[in-house]
Design a protein around this ligand. Structure first.
Ligand code: HEC
Length: 507
């Protein structure tokens, strides 16, 4: 080693020691970490519950901050980055956590404001820039301070004169604290418009409208992102956008008037995006049924890809009891790749995870998802004490569980086969519905059930007489003339339909 190099080495070594011993100050050491990893959400108008934009705001909460960064609760990121490489990972380096701990231990010194990095130029408002189309709910919906979760659909007429392709939808709630999630559906038949406001309040409840596709959704913690490459979702002209929103009362009455920004693609995509959900029906097909006290309940599902697939992103969905999620791919040669590993599921952070590079999965790859649940008192997220039996359902105290992998057929010629196979995967749900019917003895008891439901004894089943949970699916399927009443011939259709389901599940 020559003398110059040696001198450099010595001086940088002494610099390092000097830095190590000098007190950690906010402006020089902590502000860069906070600005880069926290302030994006923790500033006015964004999802963080309080701002972290300057010395006073950060030092006031220093102890909590130290706790949440040390146990990696913040910044929120639940996919294991060591087994899968994702884009835009939110994660502090161990040295950054140590710096925060040392700063707090030293008594939170402020230091010299001149040593602070410039405050970042954050994008205000729309995170993806000015949308091509902005829609706002006509009227605000009142969410009470307390009570059960509310599921409500809101119609946003699009009035598009031509077919469009969508790169991204960004949703800006007016009352973030109560919007648990919102899914974006399309209705090309105007069925939702007819239901809108019927009960005197904005929107309508139940899944009774015709769904002609979807544009993804908003869940807490999701960062809006445009679909990669030239991928885009179809938005046919004449469709209305339906926001299917799940509210969770927050203890304070709120008014939600959502604004949605839509970003269009300039041209149709070269390939069609397909979704493979395992197990399908958000886990319904797995027949989730978790005994109280059960600490390690597990559902599992797998699917063999019929063609070469290029996977782009992955996301999971479950409720409070879920503890871990994992999706793996076993390639035809036997090699295993982990597509998603969430070792500590948190229902509040249901991100969509984009692969750093598209993952190519050859035909014959077995994609498998495994999801675990803890329904014991040891699970701090268990919403019910003492624990109760929990089955699949839409309330947040019911359970769901599935992992969805999104991608395209690598070869355009295989697109139709891939579409067919993802469709037949979804259809496996009907086998479970058949099983549920058989176990419940529903078919045999149908006449008695109908009689029971028919509160006013007119031989018809009005919407108000149907159980809330069944209103949507039954009317959507059976109410031929759209009068929101099942007459005797429609009830007969119900019987035939139940018989088919039962038979499909027969042997
Ligand atoms: C993606 C958005 C986002 C980022 C990035 C983020 N936060 Fe948060 N933070 C939130 C939200 C939303 C909440 C409230 C919900 C919750 O506690 O999960 C929160 C809650 C908190 C809390 C309160 C926790 C408690 O137990 O009361 C603290 C403290 C906090 N964040 C600090 C930080 C720090 C420090 C960083 C950066 C290292 C950071 N956050 C990064 C969105 C974010």
């Amino acid at each position: 080693m020559n003398r110059l190099a040696l001198a450099c080495l010595l001086s940088s070594a002494s610099l390092l020691t000097a830095a190590d011993e000098s007190p950690v100050t906010f402006h020089r050491d902590i502000a860069p970490i906070i600005y880069a990893n926290c302030t994006g959400c923790h500033r006015p108008g964004e999802s963080g519950p309080f701002p972290l934009t300057n010395y006073a705001e950060v030092s006031r909460r220093a102890l909590t901050i130290e706790r949440v960064v040390s146990d990696r609760y913040m910044p929120p990121w639940h996919a294991n980055p060591e087994v899968t490489r994702f884009l835009d990972v939110r994660r502090l380096e161990p040295e950054e956590i140590t710096l925060i701990e040392r700063w707090v231990a030293a008594g939170k010194p402020e230091g010299d404001p001149d040593s602070a990095p410039p405050y970042p130029a954050f994008t205000e408002g729309w995170q993806l820039g000015e949308p091509d189309l902005v829609l706002t709910m006509k009227d605000a919906y009142e969410v009470p301070a307390e009570g059960r979760d509310i599921y409500r659909n809101f119609v946003l007429p699009l009035e598009l004169p031509e077919d469009k392709w969508v790169k991204a939808v960004e949703l800006r709630p007016s009352a973030r604290s109560v919007v648990h999630h919102s899914l974006f559906f399309l209705d090309g038949a105007g069925t939702a418009r007819k239901l809108d406001g019927k009960d005197g309040k904005p929107g309508f409840s139940g899944m009774t409208f015709r769904m002609d596709g979807g544009l993804g959704g908003y869940v807490p913690g999701v960062t809006p992102k445009k679909l990669p490459g030239d991928l885009a979702r179809p938005l046919p002209k004449g469709s209305d956008l339906i926001l299917s929103t799940h509210f969770h009362p927050s203890g304070k009455a709120e008014r939600e008037q959502t604004t949605v920004g839509i970003y269009f693609a300039d041209a149709p995509p070269s390939k069609k995006l397909e979704e493979l959900q395992l197990p399908p029906g958000f886990g319904r097909s797995a027949g989730i049924d978790i005994p109280p006290g059960e600490k390690n309940y597990r559902i599992e599902d797998s699917f063999t890809l019929p063609v070469d697939v290029e996977a782009h992103f992955v996301s999971g969905h479950a409720h409070y009891l879920c503890t871990t999620m994992r999706m793996s791919a076993t390639l035809p040669g036997g090699e295993e790749r982990i597509l998603l590993d969430i070792p500590d599921w948190d229902m509040d952070w249901q991100d969509t995870y984009y692969f750093a590079e598209p993952v190519v999965l050859p035909a014959g790859t077995v994609v498998r998802s495994v999801i675990t649940y803890d329904n014991s008192t040891e699970n701090p997220n268990n919403p019910t004490t003492p624990p109760v039996r929990v089955k699949w359902g839409r309330e947040s105290t019911d359970e769901m569980g599935s992992i969805t992998l999104s991608g395209v057929a690598l070869d355009e010629g295989d697109a139709a086969r891939l579409q067919l196979s993802t469709r037949s995967n979804r259809a496996r749900l009907f086998a479970q519905l058949g099983k549920e019917l058989r176990q419940g003895g529903v078919l045999e008891r149908l006449p008695a059930i109908v009689k029971n439901l028919d509160a006013n004894g007119d031989g018809l089943l009005q919407e108000s007489e149907l159980p809330q949970r069944l209103r949507g699916p039954l009317l959507q399927r059976l109410d031929e003339n759209g009068d929101k009443t099942l007459d005797s011939s429609e009830i007969e259709d119900l019987k035939t339909w139940l018989e088919t389901l039962k038979k499909q599940n027969g042997a």
